[in-house]
Design a protein around this ligand. Structure first.
Ligand code: FES
Ligand code: FES
Length: 168
């Protein structure tokens, strides 16, 4: 039987992995969240509910925010995946503006939900550079924060949207 290969583009790097049940292979039932954390040590992607309800595992796939616990890795062949680790400039280590804004606005407490919320916000800003507060709230409607940091989160993203408006 021919081995199925899956090509993943993760944070700008292309990986080829084989699908199967032997050691080192990815089983067909493995989720992208499990693959990112367990095989690539990209543990910034968090798993909480593991059923698509909390948004902690959100990554960007081909430009859209997606709950990676609800996606099978085998279905990501050829897709471009960005995780929270991929937002930092690889050469300078500089944070993405949205990461800096979360720090400036104290937009987290325990931080467990934070990577997923940042990735949802980043996907929104990449598509719509000047979202309204209502659009930000809508884009984050699938992300839950049990520490109730949502107001600070929305303020942080709104700050970026306004900064870009005043700079343009
Ligand atoms: S862990 Fe994926 S949505 Fe909650
Ligand atoms: S900061 Fe704790 S869950 Fe959001």
């Amino acid at each position: 039987m021919k081995t199925q290969e899956v090509a993943l583009h993760i944070n700008g790097i292309r990986y080829e992995i084989s699908v199967g049940r032997k050691f080192g292979q990815i089983p067909p039932s493995e989720t992208l969240a499990e693959t990112l954390r367990g095989r690539f040590s990209l543990t910034g992607t968090k798993i909480a509910c593991n059923e698509g309800a909390c948004g902690c595992c959100t990554v960007i796939i081909d430009g859209s925010a997606v709950a990676s616990c609800m996606v099978l890795t085998v279905d990501c062949d050829g897709k471009r995946i960005t995780t929270i680790e991929g937002l930092t400039d690889p050469k300078t280590g500089a944070l993405d503006p949205i990461q800096q804004a979360f720090i400036d606005y104290y937009a987290f407490q325990c931080g467990y939900c934070t990577p997923g919320i940042i990735m949802a916000g980043k996907a929104l800003l990449d598509k719509n550079r000047h979202p309204t507060r209502a659009q930000i709230q809508d884009a984050l409607s699938g992300n839950f924060c049990r520490c109730i940091s949502h107001y600070h989160v929305i303020d942080a993203i709104e700050h970026i949207a306004h900064e870009e408006v005043s700079a343009s």
